[in-house]
Design a protein around this ligand. Sequence first.
Ligand code: OXD
Length: 306
Amino acid sequence: MGFAIISPGRDVTKWRESLMRHMPNLDIQVYPEISAPERVEAVLLWQHPKGILREFPNLKLICSMGAGVDHILSDKDIDPSLPISRVVDKGLTNPMTNYVLMGILAYQRQLSRYQNNQKTKTWDMSNPELDITVGVLGVGALGGDVVKKLQVLEVPVLGYGNSPKNVSSYPYYYGTQLQDFLDKVNVIVCMLPLTDKTTGFLNIDFFRSCRKGTYLINVARGSHLVEEDLLTAISEGCISGAMLDVFRQEPLPKEHPFWETPEITVTPHIASVTNPDAAVPQILENYNRIKSNKPLLNTIDRNLGY
Ligand code: OXD
């Protein structure tokens, strides 16, 4: 009995090798070569074909290859009693935080302005720093780390989430307090989980509620953003610019206007990429725990969607 790795179109060699290194006798089948579905007790998924999990009569555990689980929950055919785990790991959190810090600091210190000035050999020492207060949307494992590290840098930071949270180390807002939160920040970092509630959260009403000239960083999911609304918001001046790592369609199509919008920085979903060697120990730990009926690590709440 063992694992199936299902991630169509991606090279999963490193995942397979890492699983084998950590548990040499593990039975691993890699999609689409799954000849013995009855031997599959756990699946490791990224963008699996919807409905495929019904083919595994002995399935006991579903693992995401990354931090997000929206790609799993969008499959409405999954048995609701099966536990779903995601990767929570420093190897995923640190690069994500560093990417966000890079975006915030490049904006605050106006890196693109100096890059443009260099092209025209312009020496302009005026206003070298912008006054910023950062608002992090979604302060779970990843967003919480961004807040913590911004505090070390003494950058003012606030958090916003779906539900009340007992936090005293930074101002936290939730639910209907969104406008209060938006009134206080001028850099917004989207780190929300993608759920029915958060799809399209970054839309024109949201942008028009922001302080004029707010800067946006989205490292969560492309579907949080109504892409054409961002272009409208930039042309209206409510948003001054954005750094985007995720898009509704990936790879971002060549004809997409974001490529040519000077206020937008595009990166190709690289803010944080799971390192199989870092993630596999917690995945196998859960596999062992399932067998011995112990509580699992890093599982999600199906009702909340994260
Ligand atoms: C993830 C991702 O969810 O890479 O880990 O987007």
